[in-house]
Ligand binder design. Structure first.
Ligand SMILES: [Fe+2]
Length: 308
């Protein structure tokens, strides 16, 4: 572990105004030589982040989740997170970053920065809508079912554990099924369950807007257990809402697709680690050492000549 960590120090992503310096290793979406320039001088403000509609009509989940719930939950709560995020990041160093990047940067080792909650809630809700489908529920198949049975003993046991996590998240928050493939240290996040084990499914719950991206997990499934998610349909009966979600709404096809992507990404990481290890053993400079001058950063100046 230590050797792996020490290999990568030169290629970094920096946000000077936030005092943050992150390795791009863990965040492949952060490309070197990418430069964001504040465009405040142009007085043009664009909505960087858009409210994505659920992948089905608002009444499509009835009778299990009402149109009225979707109208409020997506049409008002989700919309507000997106609108507030746009207001928060416009003209700042965060403008132009992906939602995932903003989440990682602003989680700030648990010392959460102001934009985190809106960015994470915008991402979490997109992920939640896509975790459901009309006529969902039932049982997964293939690799997903095999892994569930391996890591939880049985599908039935998994269901019970997931329901328990969702029911016992105190106050507002989320419950997740995630693929834990992070042997790597994450320098801007705190892994609450550090382990040498990898490539396993885990159930985690998170308060407020926190999601497993900040622990470098691959989220596969989530349920929103904020009261606004179920109060219109179930009042205070959160366990009934959770049961209906698992039995009637979960899109296991989506979860399976996410798992395949997570496994592919984990395999890419392993290959990259192995390549770096070999280069170090052979005394060759790694790509990152060769690219020592490359640095992704956010520019605070208002030099219009650089604003493209
Ligand atoms: Fe919500």
């Amino acid at each position: 572990m230590a050797a792996t960590t020490s290999m990568v120090t030169s290629l970094t992503f920096t946000i000077p105004s936030l005092g943050l310096r992150l390795p791009t290793r863990s965040y492949p979406c952060l490309k070197p030589q990418r430069r964001f320039v504040r465009k405040a001088a142009s007085n043009v403000i664009t909505a960087t982040y858009e409210l994505k509609a659920p992948p089905y009509p608002l009444n499509a989940l009835e009778p299990h989740m009402s149109r009225e719930t979707l109208e409020y939950h997506w049409g008002k709560h989700h919309r507000t997170y997106v609108e507030n995020l746009n207001k928060q990041v416009v003209g700042t160093d965060l403008e132009g970053l992906s939602l995932e990047d903003i989440i990682i940067v602003t989680y700030n080792k648990g010392d959460i920065l102001p934009a985190f909650n809106n960015a994470a809630q915008a991402w979490n809700h997109d992920f939640f809508w896509e975790s459901m489908k009309p006529g969902g529920g039932g049982k997964p198949s293939g690799d997903l079912l095999d892994l569930i049975e391996r890591d939880f003993g049985s599908f039935e046991r998994f269901i019970e554990e997931f329901k328990a996590a969702a029911a016992t998240q105190f106050g507002s928050g989320w419950a997740w099924l995630a693929y834990k493939a992070n042997r790597l240290d994450v320098e801007n996040a705190v892994n609450p369950w550090p382990s040498e084990k990898d490539k396993e499914l885990v159930i985690v719950k998170s308060p407020n807007a926190v999601n497993p991206l900040v622990w470098d997990y691959f989220p596969l499934l989530t349920i929103d257990v904020w009261e606004h998610a179920y109060y219109l349909d179930f009042q205070n009966r959160r366990p009934d809402y959770i049961s209906v979600f698992m039995e009637k709404l979960v899109s296991w096809e989506t979860v399976n697709t996410r798992l395949e992507k997570a496994k592919a990404r984990a395999a890419e990481r392993e290959m990259e680690e192995e390549r770096r290890r070999k280069e170090e053993e052979e005394g060759k400079p790694t790509n990152e050492e060769e690219d020592d001058d490359l640095e992704m950063y956010v520019d605070n100046d208002n030099d219009d000549s650089e604003a493209e």
